[in-house]
Design a protein around this ligand. Sequence first.
Ligand SMILES: Nc1ncnc2c1ncn2[C@@H]1O[C@H](COP(=O)(O)OP(=O)(O)OP(=O)(O)O)[C@@H](O)[C@H]1O
Ligand SMILES: O=P(O)(O)OC[C@H]1O[C@H](OP(=O)(O)OP(=O)(O)O)[C@H](O)[C@@H]1O
Ligand SMILES: [Mg+2]
Length: 276
Amino acid sequence: MPNKGSLSEAAAQMLREAGYAQRSDPKELVLLDEANGVEFFYLRPRDIAVYVGEGTLDVGITGRDMLLDSGADADEVIPLGFGRSRFRFAAPVGSERTIADLHEKRLATSYPGLVGGYLAERGVHPRLITLDGAVETAIRLGVADAIADVVETGTTLRQAGLELFGDPILHSEAVLIRRRGADSTAGLDLLQRRLNGVLVARNYVMMDYDVSDQYVDAACAITPGFESPTVAPLARQGWLAVRAMVPRAEAQKIMDDLWAIGARAILVTDIAACRI
Ligand SMILES: Nc1ncnc2c1ncn2[C@@H]1O[C@H](COP(=O)(O)OP(=O)(O)OP(=O)(O)O)[C@@H](O)[C@H]1O
Ligand SMILES: O=P(O)(O)OC[C@H]1O[C@H](OP(=O)(O)OP(=O)(O)O)[C@H](O)[C@@H]1O
Ligand SMILES: [Mg+2]
């Protein structure tokens, strides 16, 4: 588990929702969850891929960017939907650079493996200046001509007087990782099912509505659900009750579409937990 930084709290929250114990004190380094037979180690997110790649830890949560930067023998198992960012090049506003301009120029980053590999594939070989953080300041302080760093809202870049250039190097988010080629274990399958349950509960809602039987096929086409919607007769002749899971982000649009074909009493409820 990430011990601090952007991923730490969201990762712990997700594990809690999946039914695992998590530390209450951010200074705790290890936590034994006896009920689930899991030992959690709280480590720097950058180091997690190294431990997992070496096989000393079975699984870990880190950023996709950090996994790729490490070059560790570890693979992504599932994306976890938080810690989303883009990895981008930036230079002072108005400098209108392209990636080719970086050749033999000073490029500051905390992710030399990721950035060096990306540019080498394109035949560009900059002088990489590896910094621990606050990379945006490196240009102002005369250490670099351009940077490559994590961008979420873009606020940090703007405040440093920088602008993006080139295509995104990577779209990153928190990922569950395990050692490359490791056998699947019952414990990992269970963890994956639980985390997947949390993701589905977060990303879907349950939708219930009533519709007259002549429109039920059209309604079910709008809400096909995961497998198939539940359709049950209402006491009122010629009317049916339908229940299906729908993507949370599309719920309002789906309600409008159902209303337009005559569905009524359309209700949306949260899913607390699930196994799909
Ligand atoms: N502002 C952000 N928004 C979303 N994700 C981010 C943000 N900053 C970093 N991340 C992601 O979080 C992961 C860990 O980065 P983080 O910045 O937490 O580690 P760090 O730089 O080692 O720690 P710290 O910045 O606390 O010293 C990376 O995968 C990164 O992409
Ligand atoms: O686009 P924004 O929303 O501004 O977010 C991006 C910033 O967030 C992270 O910084 P962090 O706080 O982790 O500090 P660090 O650079 O020292 O790692 C990242 O390194 C960027 O600097
Ligand atoms: Mg950081």
